[in-house]
Write a protein that binds this ligand. Structure first.
Ligand SMILES: O=C([O-])CC(=O)C(=O)O
Length: 203
């Protein structure tokens, strides 16, 4: 499942799902080359806290994507280079958060896929609280633990676990159709572009 998903751009998944489970575009990759596809390990944090992120890292299975509801807090980091090194060291595939991280230079050097609202300088509070493995909603999308999270430079999409096979099939079919459309329209220069537009616009 994961290998097939890694070969599909988020745009094709969005076309297959109708875009209803696309996470808001304000949650962006720290680097453009990041590509993730894995199951969500969810975390719900009290505003400004980050203690439960360590619990999530300790519970993660290899290849999981840790998805954190940080309530959109822009002033307290859910993780920095140390916490991200722990996640990377245990085989976590990526981090998606409606909040911010810090230690950006060091995090970039780790080449670990982070999708976030941005960066800040302050660490999160460690007063406790937070829950791992519960339903959350970030960027306008509800996420259950175990749903599939796919991210790349276009954004992050969620595929409910029960729909994944069907969405993969539809997205792969869409990719094939896009390729056919592209070769029909673009293979013969201006004349094939005109022929393609005439055909579409005549409908
Ligand atoms: O400890 C924290 O809360 C975040 C941090 O600075 C790190 O992970 O390096």
């Amino acid at each position: 499942m994961q290998q097939r998903l890694l070969g599909i751009p988020t745009t094709a998944i969005s076309d297959a799902t109708g875009g209803h489970t696309n996470i808001d575009g304000s949650i962006k990759p720290l680097s453009n080359h990041f590509k993730i596809a894995g199951r969500a390990l969810t975390v719900r944090l009290p505003d400004g806290e980050n203690g439960a992120v360590l619990e999530a890292i300790s519970k993660a299975q290899e290849g999981d994507v840790i998805v954190i509801d940080a309530k959109g807090n822009m002033n307290r980091a859910v993780a920095g280079d140390f916490v991200i090194s722990l996640a990377k060291g245990l085989g976590v595939q990526g981090l998606v958060v409606n909040g911010v991280i810090r230690d950006i230079e060091a995090v970039r050097a780790l080449n670990f896929p982070v999708f976030s609202l941005g960066t800040t300088v302050a660490a999160g509070f460690k007063n406790g609280g937070g829950t791992v493995g519960v339903p959350i909603a970030i960027g306008g999308v509800a996420i259950q633990p175990g749903d599939y999270i796919i991210g790349d430079m276009d954004g992050v999409v969620v595929v409910p676990n029960k729909d994944v096979e069907q969405v993969i099939n539809a997205a792969e079919a869409k990719m094939q159709n896009d390729e056919l459309r592209e070769s029909e329209a673009l293979s013969g220069g201006a004349s094939s572009i005109r022929a393609y537009l005439d055909k579409v616009l005549a409908k």
